[in-house]
Ligand binder design. Structure first.
Ligand code: KIV
Ligand code: NA
Length: 273
């Protein structure tokens, strides 16, 4: 039922009403698990690090985002699908960004795109929104700028606070329907949440944000290369998967797998199938 779909307008209207729940997904089966529990499913460019083993998000291509976006779309019935614009696909200017955002929307069926940046991306955000592409903004720690920041440090502390607040104000004024706040002091996330009319979605931000997002593999314990302070592990699926793999290896080496129930008889009757 198309009318049951969450839209950017719905998300915008949730501010001050109830918390917005979001997670990332890169595949159809994960999208299916998440769909009925979350309002927003983000195909993050974190896919490059989490699924493709890249050292950062700079090597993620438009093709990767379109393939994973289309896979996630097949697993969703209700949640709003948002797809990240990868590094290099939008920064040159509004027309460049529109061309690539339109391709993402067409190839994935996403309801919105997300891009990183504050005041310097405001013109591009306004350009996309005016031409039919809803935009989720992302300020604070923007991982595509890791080389400029010199690492994944907390943003907006001390004299940097005014810069991040101004970035959030600029993307809201430009017409973004929501803004991700990543890795900021909680007091700054709360100040931004009070200052802007659009919902703030926190990751390493504050419980006072209008919503929260985490990388699903982080909160499930499936991605364990590193663990920021803001990640709460709601499960240890990586450890559970490795225990299962170890048991399989042991059973094969001991010739206990496959068992009689996993092999086929000469005729279907004998085995009942
Ligand atoms: O790429 C990503 O997963 C993200 C979220 C963590 C906000 O941008
Ligand atoms: Na991202």
């Amino acid at each position: 039922d198309k009318s049951a779909r969450v839209t950017p307008a719905h998300i915008r209207a949730m501010k001050g009403e109830r918390p917005i729940v979001s997670l990332t997904a890169y595949t159809t089966p994960m999208a299916r698990l998440i769909d009925r529990h979350c309002d927003v499913v983000l195909v993050g460019d974190s896919v490059g690090m989490v699924l493709h083993g890249l050292p950062d998000t700079l090597g993620v291509s438009l093709e990767m985002m379109c393939l994973h976006g289309a896979a996630v779309a097949r697993g969703l019935e209700r949640a709003l699908l948002v797809v990240d614009m990868p590094f290099g696909s939008y920064e040159e200017g509004p027309a460049h960004a529109f061309r690539n955002a339109a391709r993402i929307m067409a190839e994935t069926g996403a309801g919105a795109v997300k891009l990183e940046g504050g005041r310097q991306m405001a013109e591009t955000i306004a350009f996309l929104v005016a031409r039919g592409i809803p935009v989720m903004a992302h300020v604070g720690l923007t991982p595509q700028s890791v080389h400029v920041f010199g690492g994944y440090r907390v943003q907006g502390r001390g004299a940097d606070r005014a810069r991040v607040l101004d970035d959030a104000r600029a993307v809201a004024e430009a017409g973004a329907f929501a803004v991700v706040l990543e890795k900021l002091p909680a007091s700054l996330a709360d100040e931004i949440t009070a200052a802007v009319e659009i919902p703030t979605i926190g990751i390493g931000a504050s419980a006072g944000c209008d919503g929260q997002i985490l990388v699903t593999e982080d909160m499930l314990g499936l991605f364990t290369d590193f663990r920021p302070k803001f990640v709460r592990r709601f499960a240890e699926l990586g450890a559970a998967a490795e225990a299962a793999i170890a048991e399989y290896a042991e059973e094969v080496r001991a010739r206990r797998f496959p068992g009689p129930e996993h092999v086929y008889a000469d005729t279907p009757q004998e085995a009942g199938r």
